[in-house]
Design a protein around this ligand. Structure first.
Ligand SMILES: [Zn+2]
Ligand SMILES: [Zn+2]
Length: 95
């Protein structure tokens, strides 16, 4: 199941756009994960649909830079102020 997640920093004004996370309800082959784009300084969604597990480089759909997946990071840091207190706000709607 997938849901919309928004990342919101407790230290500055940063708030991400809604990021799809998980597997689509209407099309279960659609898979998305949140990742951190170092160029945009944004949490962005990455389309993993049909991705090969051998491939471990994914790019930002906004700028094309390579992104960092959050589960490889120590913490949910803020891309703007590096503050450690980023909250995840779960959307109520599944996609
Ligand atoms: Zn911040
Ligand atoms: Zn980017």
């Amino acid at each position: 199941m997938g849901e919309w997640t928004t990342f919101q920093c407790g230290s500055c004004e940063y708030q991400s756009r809604p990021v799809r996370w998980g597997v689509g309800v209407h099309n279960p082959s659609r898979r998305f994960m949140p990742a951190l784009c170092p160029s945009c300084k944004e949490y962005v969604e990455v389309d993993l649909t049909g991705a090969d597990m051998v491939v471990d480089q994914f790019t930002c759909n906004l700028c094309g830079s390579e992104v960092d997946f959050i589960d490889r990071r120590d913490a949910y840091g803020c891309p703007r102020c590096s503050g450690p207190s980023v909250r995840m706000i779960q959307g109520s709607e599944y996609w």
